[in-house]
Design a protein around this ligand. Structure first.
Ligand SMILES: Nc1nc2c(c(=O)[nH]1)N[C@H]1C(S)=C(S)[C@@H](COP(=O)(O)O)O[C@H]1N2
Ligand SMILES: [Mo]
Length: 310
């Protein structure tokens, strides 16, 4: 992994949104509590999403600049370099787009992306994202709990796991011509993890639709797990009785476990997970258990050996 430098922001990028963040920071420095409540929505939601429901799950941390979130990515379908997705994902056609929900459900469904967008009120969720490569970001996502979508398909009593399948289309995704991963990208969760309200079906960031390099038109975001669990550009969700094998488990079974909970006490075989570099910062910070979401999610793993189920 190459060291990351925050790109300088050109004058053309100084938009109302940028001003908004400057103001937000100023207010925090001035000691203002409940700062989001004081801010005009109009500056925040300069994108197509006017009414954003306030989320109880947003962390109050300085946001990673939009420029960094959209130019330093992992999206191997578009290449393995951090700058490849921003350079190559522009061609991805995100309409028409459907997401099928199938398997152990009473009502299998194929949802159109434009219906998903209207399915539930969009919330802004400011989440930490911790990559397994020991860097992190703070991202203002837009979306709603995945449970909202899953419940419409009525999972059966046999639905113990959920599998996410990303788009397979080598004509649009040049990275799929290489066998670096077993395509299509597949990820998975236990059903209780998938139904947890923190699990976000994500449709946008920074008040706008998802940029292609961040997984347009729809992706998952799992804030307490390493970033690779947050599958991008998904076209299928399968409810299963048995635990699926994910693309990363196939690529490196000793390195990428099924659970992949952020855990500073369990090293990756090739590096420590005790610290992380917040993109844009110089000094490393300590990695938090479950990426700081232990109060919410530790009960899901109460009886599990987290060294074994890494
Ligand atoms: N389909 C797909 N989803 C993916 C990946 C990928 O290569 N392909 N990379 C993952 C990894 S390793 C990370 S860290 C996050 C990065 O998300 P971001 O680029 O929006 O920050 O996406 C995850 N989702
Ligand atoms: Mo990652």
């Amino acid at each position: 992994m190459k060291p990351y430098k925050t790109p300088a922001i050109p004058a053309s990028e100084i938009t109302p949104k940028t001003l908004f963040y400057a103001r937000r920071k100023f207010m925090r420095n001035a000691g203002g509590a409940a700062l989001t409540a004081l801010l005009p929505q109009s500056l925040w939601a300069a994108g197509p999403f006017g009414d954003l429901k306030k989320s109880p799950y947003a962390v109050e941390e300085e946001l990673t600049p939009r420029k960094a979130i959209t130019s330093y990515n992992n999206f191997y379908e578009f290449g393995t370099g951090k700058e490849d997705p921003a350079a190559n994902a522009g061609v991805l056609k995100t309409r028409p787009w459907t997401v099928s929900v199938e398997g152990e459900v009473n009502k299998p469904k194929v949802f159109d992306i434009d219906d998903i967008l209207k399915m539930a009120p969009l919330e802004e969720r400011i989440y930490r994202l911790r990559c397994v490569e020991a860097w992190s970001m703070v991202v203002p996502w837009l979306g709603f709990s995945l449970a909202e979508l899953l419940k419409r398909a009525e999972p059966t009593g046999n639905a113990k796991y959920v599998e996410f399948v990303s788009l397979y289309d080598p004509a649009q995704m040049p990275g799929q011509k290489s066998a670096v991963l077993d395509w299509p990208y597949r990820e998975g969760l236990r059903i209780d993890e998938a139904m947890h309200p923190l699990t976000l079906l994500t449709l946008g960031l920074y008040g706008d639709v998802l940029p292609n390099q961040n997984g347009a038109p729809v992706r998952i975001v799992m804030p307490w797990k390493y970033g690779f669990k947050s599958a991008k550009s998904i076209v299928g969700i399968r409810l299963l009785e048995k635990q699926p094998t994910t693309s990363w488990m196939k690529a490196g079974p000793n390195e990428y476990g099924f659970y992949a909970n952020v855990n500073p006490d369990v090293d990756h075989p090739r590096w420590s997970q005790t610290k992380e570099r917040r993109i844009g910062e110089f000094l490393k910070r300590k990695t938090l258990m479950f990426n700081g979401y232990a109060d919410e999610v530790a009960p899901l793993y109460a009886s599990m050996d987290l060294q074994k189920y890494f």
